[in-house]
Design a protein. Structure first.
Length: 344
């Protein structure tokens, strides 16, 4: 009797396992055909956020219509493009209607999607800090009408400037500080301070440019007697000298601790931009500024380029203040403007 009970129990257990596996398989099949993926779950205010829609099934015809919901207070929709599902040369139609607030409707038609290939990519601009989501809330894809099309991409919009107690987030330098701190180009001055209104030294500026360049390895030395061999800025100065980003204040002096003036700053940036392949040819003049004649001869081409490129916009009263000292907040602002220039 007991053996029969054991056999019956074993049989019921086997059936239960089979049914359980079957239910699991069904659940897997019924899971969303599409998933949303963001390039990074942590983004900086002002950055572009890319949300990719990925297929999870093979042989799906990539024709369809999808609706995405998002919070327009946190994100701004800036466009969409075809993803990797379509082979090169494939004709594709993609229409996006973003007229409805907090929603994007994308209609598309193309070739068969590759297994786990991107269907399309949505692009947003991060507007304000805080956790936000993009939700695929409805639509259809040819050949997959019975599959669930719901998925959510969650991201956290951060504000690096918020970690500093002396940064006024309503000031002009806020975006620049967010940009340079998030990328490690500039760091705080200790004690949760960024010191945006503190003058920047020449050593600080070449170090920032060196970081933007990726801190390449250096060999040899620079001819400046006032640059110590093992200082925190030594490699940056050697790199800057060897790449014509700086010539020093004389043949043998760099003056690392001296404040960098505004005209020196634009000269540094113009030389670095040229090194990076940017056309720094000056096409205009500085006559619109009341103190244009105060710009040193060596800095006139660089200042003219900086004004035309939008790196420098004056300091008020229609003045450039070329011999005034550059602050950390001003340099951070110029860096983000330079990054925008290079991207475009």
């Amino acid at each position: 009797m007991r053996s029969n009970v054991r056999r019956l129990f074993s049989l019921l257990l086997a059936v239960a396992l089979v049914l359980g596996l079957g239910l699991t398989s069904v659940a897997a099949i019924e899971s969303s055909l599409l998933t949303l993926q963001v390039t990074s779950q942590h983004v900086i205010r002002g950055d572009e956020v890319c949300v990719a829609v990925n297929t999870e099934a093979d042989g799906v015809v990539a024709d369809g219509k999808l609706t995405f919901a998002y919070d327009s207070k946190s994100l701004k929709f800036v466009g969409a493009e075809a993803g990797e599902a379509w082979p090169a040369g494939t004709e594709l139609s993609l229409k996006v209607n973003s007229g409805k607030k907090d929603a994007v409707v994308a209609a598309f038609a193309g070739a068969k999607a590759a297994k786990a290939g991107t269907v399309l990519t949505l692009k947003f601009e991060a507007l304000q800090e805080g956790r936000t989501q993009v939700v695929l809330q409805g639509g259809y894809i040819s050949g997959a009408k019975d599959a669930k099309l719901q998925s959510t991409a969650t991201l956290l919009v951060e504000c690096p400037a918020s970690r500093f107690t002396d940064v006024d987030r309503n000031e002009y330098y806020h975006e620049g500080i967010d940009f340079v701190v998030s990328r490690g180009y500039m760091i705080g001055m200790g004690g949760a301070k960024f010191q945006p209104d503190t003058e920047m030294s020449r050593a600080m500026l070449v170090t920032v440019l060196y970081r933007i360049a990726g801190e390449p390895s250096v060999k040899g030395t620079a001819p400046f007697r006032d640059v110590e061999k093992n200082s925190w800025y030594t490699n940056a100065v050697i790199w800057a000298y060897q790449n014509n980003v700086t010539n020093g204040v004389s043949a043998t002096e760099f003056a690392p601790e001296e404040n960098v003036t505004r005209e020196q700053m634009v000269a540094f940036f113009a030389r670095y931009a040229k090194l990076a392949g940017v056309d720094t040819t000056a096409k205009g003049d500085l006559k619109a500024f009341a103190d244009a004649s105060s710009v040193s001869a060596y800095a006139v081409p660089a200042m003219t380029w900086a004004v035309e490129a939008g790196l420098i916009k004056g300091v008020g009263e229609n003045k450039l203040d070329p011999t005034g000292n550059s602050t950390r907040g001003q340099v951070a602002t110029v860096i983000v403007r330079y990054a925008t220039l290079v991207q475009h």
